[in-house]
Design a protein around this ligand. Structure first.
Ligand code: CA
Ligand code: CA
Length: 393
């Protein structure tokens, strides 16, 4: 392969900090213990009592419903003590519990995921987030929806990508191109940078991006925006991304029939080859998401590619902070930026089975790719232009 070195840089990497350190030193309050947060929220006036519905009614409760074998949900405007006394008139052993509101996930780093659910932690603005709770009421994604992450690869053994990675069912590792797609032994994607079948992450950037899209809700690390969709890793970058490797990866993704391509990379050099590859992908029904870049400039005046190609179905993403403000480093542009998404101090996975916080439009783009994947999960027939319109408007 002959590489055309356009020195297209990754659009993230504005400072990564390990997550065992407290992010934002100095101004950051200690997170509240999770147990206190959990206990603090419950549905006012609602209790579970360990009585059957008949006994609960005869004890004088307004019965809202049966809960499992042993409990009844009741309304009681009395104090917890008085409510317990009411229940014990029927059964001296009766127990009550407030109708506690648990958090959506048990992911240990959820506290740091202001991007998904901002409750004002660490000095942020409540609801300056992507409203993931509302989306997850509808879907957390389906495994048949595939997001190609064209990046530095992904940590193929990362615990927060377990079960989330694409496999090529038509291929076996035997030195042959079993499925005839032009790539030998490409069971897990492709490394277009080194021309080999292992898109393992050399850098960390791609793992950050991939986990932001689709880290499963599995009790470790973070939750991705679309935790049940599939990631196709395509390695096109080391610390830079040759145009040839990008184009090859976009074509691979198109031939694999993915739903979304994430490109957290770019440069101010126009390329017809990349333009054509992206147009072909969009024509094939793929939503393309691109980072707007990190130089704080107007990319209408100084076009940044691929973000500035300006095609219907390509979504260009700037970075916002935990207060819904454009990040200082983020590129912008009335025409060439379609949407802002969280990209500052966001938490995600990193190489060596770790998690970090990082900033950059690279990390804003995958939030949008995740949302696009959620849309495709419920509306598989929506084309790229429709998905882009839904997200941008
Ligand atoms: Ca093959
Ligand atoms: Ca997880």
């Amino acid at each position: 392969m002959s590489w055309t070195w356009l020195s297209i840089g990754l659009a993230g990497l504005i400072g990564l900090s390990p997550l065992n350190a407290v992010p934002q030193l100095g101004s950051t309050p200690e997170p509240e213990p999770q147990s206190e947060r959990r206990a603090s929220a419950s549905v006012e006036g609602e209790y579970l009592v360990s009585l059957n519905t008949e006994d609960a009614r005869s004890a004088g409760f307004e019965v809202l419903g049966q809960v499992g074998d042993r409990w009844t949900l009741v309304r009681s405007e009395s104090s917890p003590d008085a409510t317990l006394q009411m229940a014990r008139v029927r059964d001296s052993q009766a127990e009550i519990e407030p109708n506690i509101l648990y958090r959506l996930t048990d992911e240990p780093l959820w506290e740091y995921q202001w991007a998904l659910e901002n409750e004002g932690q660490f000095g942020g603005t409540p609801d300056a987030d992507i409203d993931v709770a509302e989306a997850w009421d509808i879907t957390t994604g389906v495994g048949g929806v595939v997001v190609a992450v064209i990046d530095s690869g992904v940590d193929l053994d990362h615990p927060d990508l377990a079960g989330a990675l694409w496999t090529n069912t038509g291929e076996t590792v035997n030195g042959l191109d079993d499925d005839g797609n032009g790539y030998i032994d490409d069971t897990r994607g492709w490394d277009a940078f080194d021309s080999d079948p292992s898109p393992d992450d050399s850098n960390g950037h791609g793992t950050f991006v991939a986990t932001t899209v689709a880290a499963p809700i599995n009790g470790v690390g973070i939750a991705g925006v679309a935790p049940d969709v599939t990631i196709l890793p395509l390695r096109a970058c080391d610390v830079v991304c040759p145009l040839s490797a990008i184009v090859e990866s976009v074509d691979y993704a198109r031939q694999a029939g993915v739903d979304v391509i994430n490109l957290s990379l770019g440069d101010y050099s126009y390329s017809t080859a990349m333009f054509e590859a992206i147009q072909d992908a969009i024509d094939a029904g793929i939503v393309v998401v691109a980072a707007a870049g990190n130089d704080g400039v107007d990319i209408d005046a100084f076009p940044f590619y691929p973000a500035s190609y300006g095609r219907d179905g390509l979504i260009s993403v700037a970075s916002t902070d935990r207060n819904d403000q454009l990040s200082d480093f983020s590129n912008y542009g009335d025409t060439n930026v379609d949407v802002g998404a969280p990209g500052e101090d966001v938490a995600a996975g990193y190489v060596d089975a770790s998690w970090v916080t990082g900033s950059g439009t690279s990390f804003a783009a995958p939030h949008v790719a995740g949302v696009a994947a959620l849309i495709r999960s419920v509306q598989p027939a929506f084309g790229p232009a429709i998905v882009a319109d839904l997200i941008s408007s």
